[in-house]
Design a protein around this ligand. Structure first.
Ligand code: GSH
Length: 113
């Protein structure tokens, strides 16, 4: 895995959300449907570590909400002062930083995604 660990970006710090400091910006469509497979990948990577972020819904028309990440797509993960954009980068980041506690598709994982 080619995981270069993102460096803290002080301008992107979001405090006071999930107690674990994790925030996931993800796509939200009509009736708050979260249909993005890229965002599911991020959810899956988090669930494998039993990490529950605060979820911030982002509409297609509101992609400027994630401009702090230096691009205009979701998912974007904030981990305290670290910002990670792109589902693959998020997977690599989590792999590098957090221990996986649940194998993919294990019993119970379904309920957490
Ligand atoms: N390579 C990116 C792709 C992310 C992506 O394309 N996300 C879509 C949602 S599925 C998006 O944010 N689109 C915003 C737009 O097209 O304005 C990843 O793996 O995260």
């Amino acid at each position: 895995m080619n995981a270069s660990i993102p460096q803290p970006n002080p301008s992107s710090v979001v405090f006071g959300r999930a107690p674990n400091g994790l925030v996931l910006y993800e796509l939200s469509a009509k009736e708050d449907r979260r249909f993005s497979p890229f965002c599911w990948k991020a959810r899956m990577a988090l669930a494998h570590r039993k990490l529950t972020p605060d979820y911030v819904p982002v509409r297609f028309t509101d992609m400027t909400m994630v401009a702090f990440s230096g691009q205009d797509r979701v998912p974007v993960l904030i981990d305290h002062s670290v910002t990670v954009a792109d589902s693959w980068n998020i997977a690599c980041y989590l792999e590098a930083i957090y221990i996986r506690v649940a194998p993919p598709y294990s019993e119970g994982t379904r309920d957490e995604i």
